[in-house]
Design a protein around this ligand. Structure first.
Ligand SMILES: [Zn+2]
Ligand SMILES: [Zn+2]
Length: 62
């Protein structure tokens, strides 16, 4: 059990800055374009309307 080699699919990080989404106010959602990738936003990037980019399809948006 200690040898978890694969990271869970729900290992969420901010798509823009890479911050782990454990902070309060962080949010995540499915990509509005491909609907497959989960995009994350930390409170700071959300507050500053930082652009995110889908790693799956390359969709960019606020
Ligand atoms: Zn961020
Ligand atoms: Zn996408």
């Amino acid at each position: 059990m200690a040898m978890a080699a694969t990271v869970s699919a729900v290992d969420l990080k901010c798509t823009s800055c890479g911050l782990a989404l454990s902070a309060r106010g962080a949010t995540h959602f499915q990509c509005p374009d491909c609907g497959e990738a989960t995009l994350g936003r930390c409170p700071r990037c959300r507050d500053q309307s930082v652009t995110f980019r889908c790693p799956n399809c390359g969709f960019e948006g606020p």
